[in-house]
Ligand binder design. Structure first.
Ligand code: IMP
Length: 190
């Protein structure tokens, strides 16, 4: 046992996104927790808050599959678009993609944006907890870089996009890293 969690039993990360899973595994394993990917669907309610979407999803999953599982809901929030695409990021990426976001911001000097990640974990007894992390940056003028996934090629952190830095470097500073750190601190402290 470690921090009330049986470390011989893997924590299940419910996601169909390989990019997210790879990032989370590296971070959790680096701190001694094993995770496995659990690729099952769950309803995503309509809400403007990642927290509400994540909390509803994890409760649904707990009722169906029991506990010690978590999911992560994330999004890109662009200041001058009043937070769009936000909770609709996955849909926006599938439909208009990086190019579409660049078009929406064409000629707009206000490129401020942030990624936010919300993790929701549910234990065997159905108790859920939320953890979140944010990283601020800017939307680039063009796509750059070959690493990562999703909006990484247009998200500038300093002078480089998330797709220009290695996954290891992104993992040191990303929104997901920050949410996972809080989650792991909590797991260890239970
Ligand atoms: P969801 O959390 O599965 O609903 O997906 C959120 C969407 O936000 C992803 O499909 C990506 O398009 C985008 N996103 C979230 N985190 C990242 C990231 O670290 N890099 C690039 N895009 C991201």
């Amino acid at each position: 046992m470690r921090g009330g969690v049986d470390i011989n039993k893997k924590i299940r990360f419910v996601t169909s996104n390989e990019g997210k899973f790879g990032e989370a595994r590296e971070i959790l394993e680096g701190r001694g927790f094993e995770i496995e990917r659990f690729d099952v669907g769950y309803p995503e309610i309509q809400s403007f808050e990642l927290e509400e979407v994540a909390n509803y999803g994890v409760k649904y999953l707990w009722e169906k599959f029991g506990g010690d599982l978590f999911l992560e809901d994330s999004g890109l929030f662009i200041d001058s678009l009043n937070g769009f695409p936000g909770v609709f990021s996955a849909y926006a990426f599938k439909t208009i993609g990086d190019e579409g976001i660049l078009r929406l911001l064409s000629g707009n000097p206000d490129r401020e944006a942030y990624f936010k990640s919300v993790i929701s974990f549910c234990d065997e007894d159905g108790n859920s907890n939320l953890f979140s992390g944010v990283v601020r940056g800017r939307i680039s003028e063009e796509e750059c870089g070959k690493y990562g996934f999703g909006f990484d090629p247009i998200f500038l952190y300093g002078e480089e996009t998330f797709a220009e830095i290695s996954i290891e470097d992104k993992n040191k500073i990303s929104h997901r890293r920050r949410a996972l750190n809080d989650f792991i601190d909590w797991l260890e402290g239970r």
